[in-house]
Write a protein that binds this ligand. Structure first.
Ligand SMILES: [Zn+2]
Length: 268
């Protein structure tokens, strides 16, 4: 009876010590493999695209695809996550953006007024891509599975009603808003995504000084209203803005060595 538990804990320990986050070199608890989580995320992404309308605004589409293309190229060059990237602009007046495990990106038109320009958008997309590259979804799911003791991820099958555990899985990989379960990333995950995302945007050729300004604009735009889902999981605290400002000089190294430098880019 005891042996399997020891073996299991041993396996968890082994896999845990093997997983390291790029740039921050933090060891993380991840025992849900990409081969399991990425197809699930891709399916959820396909479902979302069926439910939502894509934006038909040619300028916005062009800019969103361009920014996402540069950010994902930067991520590939720096960390080679081996993702199959895909980006869509969803027509919805909601400040939201995400990158699912495996590289499926969605930007909602409602976040463009806060982004204001390409660099602002690059900061947001960079942050979301960083969550995915740093395997935060898999990490959160691993923690969730340890907590619930439900290790049989593989049994999640299609073709039946979603149960509570399925919802938790979707929430863990960043689809929480669509299934009504909000599972925010931990604060350390947010700080990590801020840092890595800042490097991606700089390497992609966008002025990293715009990243802390994004969070100031979030406060100005939504500060007095009921916070939307994305903002309630991404509180734009003073601490967050200070952390980003502290990291900008490091990001400038990447910016100065970028293949092309676009400053703030085109205005949205
Ligand atoms: Zn985040």
């Amino acid at each position: 009876m005891r042996r399997p538990i020891v073996l299991l804990l041993g396996a968890v320990w082994f896999l845990t010590t093997c997983a390291t986050v790029p740039h921050t070199n933090r060891s993380q608890l991840v025992f849900v493999p990409d081969s399991q989580i990425n197809p699930m995320a891709a399916r959820a992404y396909g479902d979302l695209l069926k439910q939502e309308a894509e934006s038909t605004n040619p300028k916005w589409n062009r800019i969103v695809k361009r920014v996402a293309g540069r950010i994902t190229r930067a991520a590939d060059e720096m960390d080679a996550p081996g993702f199959e990237w895909e980006t869509h602009l969803i027509e919805k007046d909601e400040p939201n953006a995400f990158c699912m495990p495996g590289g499926k990106i969605a930007v909602y038109t409602g976040i463009l007024e806060v982004a204001q320009n390409e660099a602002g958008l690059a900061a947001i997309v960079g942050h979301e891509v960083a969550h995915a590259v740093a395997r935060h979804g898999a990490e959160r799911m691993s923690q969730q599975l340890l907590i619930t003791g439900a290790l049989a991820v593989g049994t999640i099958a299609l073709g039946r009603e979603m149960d509570e555990r399925d919802k938790l899985v979707l929430a863990a990989i960043g689809m929480g808003a669509t299934v009504g379960v909000i599972l925010p990333f931990s604060r350390s995950n947010e700080e990590e995504a801020d840092e890595i995302g800042l490097y991606y945007m700089a390497r992609a050729g966008y002025d990293p000084h715009e990243a802390p300004r994004i969070w100031l604009r979030m406060n100005e735009t939504f500060g007095n209203k009921e916070p939307p889902v994305w903002l309630s999981t991404h509180p734009s605290s003073v601490q967050r803005i200070r952390n980003l400002e502290r990291l900008v000089p490091y990001a400038m190294d990447y910016y100065n060595r970028a293949d092309g430098r676009y400053g703030l880019g085109e205005t949205l």
